[in-house]
Ligand binder design. Structure first.
Ligand SMILES: [Cu+2]
Length: 105
């Protein structure tokens, strides 16, 4: 009986191990000229979505990599391609800064 239970656990573990990690969407709100939260963690394949609640347009710009323009009251998104940490800022308001870090393994 115990052997049978162990076999079921082993099968369940192998099935769970084979399921790829689902891509997630991480949302960042822009309000009062700030990214909130300013620091997020995300994996490659995850979508980062910025929701701009300000009456000004902003960007999320990772220098030399990607840029998302987020009009006033709108949202914009990017699919993360790299597993390294990325610093980004708003090109229109360079004091607005955010960071995307790789989750700890
Ligand atoms: Cu801005």
């Amino acid at each position: 009986m115990l052997k049978r239970h162990l076999w079921i656990i082993a099968v369940a573990a192998s099935i769970l191990g084979a399921v790829p990690v689902r891509a997630e969407t991480v949302t960042v709100t822009i309000e009062k000229m700030m990214f909130s939260p300013a620091r997020i963690s995300a994996r490659p394949g995850d979508t980062i979505e910025w929701i701009n609640k300000d009456v000004l347009a902003h960007t999320a710009t990772a220098m030399g990599d990607w840029e998302v323009i987020i009009p006033a009251g709108k949202s914009g998104s990017v699919v993360l391609k790299t597993a390294t940490s990325v610093d980004y800022y708003c090109r229109f308001h360079p004091n607005m800064k955010g960071q995307i870090s790789a989750p700890a393994h």
